[in-house]
Write a protein that binds this ligand. Structure first.
Ligand code: CA
Length: 234
């Protein structure tokens, strides 16, 4: 997927053995190497010794403040950090992103969601390579990234280039909430970052084309006070 001569090394900092087992299995399927620490302190030692390509950090660690561990990882190296949180922990998610996490992964998750997150952060990392993105499909919405094709319940949807870029970004980062300003910066570029109404306008346009009822959207949902996400689960 990336990296310095072959299989990326993923550092997992997680104390819950069920997740450790799942992550090991999923990551090995993705042809990643895995290093595991059950504590924040152990994770920081492994990060310093092995220079992982990416770190997965549980925000609920037994030995204290996971946000301090996040800061420590940031000081040690350049590896992107994905914070693992409880599904409804909006506050934890916001704190982790504010403190420099590159992405977050809500629990429980499946191998596809994990791989999408890894691709996302490694793709944004300087020099990283990424393979082709598999098509996205959720509740009748289909996005073929390579062919720039969108279908709703089997029928083609003709999006403008900017509308497609917005939908593509949300689909690649499914189930992750983005603040409007962040969305504008990612989709249109930093020079548009102040223009956050772009996000509102384009989300509405895309909803009008992909949602059965744009007034009660099922795909692109609003998280009040936070932003927008393309949701694939209830
Ligand atoms: Ca935990």
């Amino acid at each position: 997927m990336t990296g310095r001569g072959g299989r990326p090394l993923v550092l997992v900092i997680e104390d819950d053995l069920r997740y450790v087992r799942q992550l090991r299995a999923d990551l090995e399927l993705c042809d990643c190497r895995v290093a595991v620490a059950g504590t924040g302190g152990g994770g920081l030692r492994l990060a310093a010794e092995h220079e992982p390509d990416v770190a997965l950090l549980d925000l609920g660690l037994p030995d204290g403040d996971a946000l301090a561990v996040l800061g420590g990882l940031r000081e040690i190296g350049e590896a992107p950090v994905i914070a693992m949180t409880a599904w409804e922990d909006d506050e934890g998610i916001a704190q982790a992103l504010d403190r420099g996490a590159d992405d977050y992964l809500p629990k429980p998750f499946d191998a596809d969601q994990l791989l999408a997150r890894l691709r996302g952060v490694l793709w944004r990392a300087p020099g990283a390579e990424v393979g082709a993105w598999p098509p996205f499909e959720s509740n009748g919405l289909f996005v073929d990234f390579a062919a720039a094709e969108v279908r709703k319940a089997g029928r083609p949807v003709a999006l403008s280039a900017a509308e497609f870029r917005l939908l593509r970004f949300l689909a690649r980062n499914r189930d992750r909430v983005f603040r409007p300003a962040q969305l504008v910066e990612e989709v249109w570029g930093p020079e548009y970052a102040g223009d956050r109404h772009l996000a509102r306008v384009y989300v509405r346009r895309v909803r009008e084309q992909i949602e059965r009822d744009p007034g009660a959207p099922r795909h692109i949902v609003t998280k009040p006070g936070v932003g927008y996400m393309l949701r694939t689960r209830e």
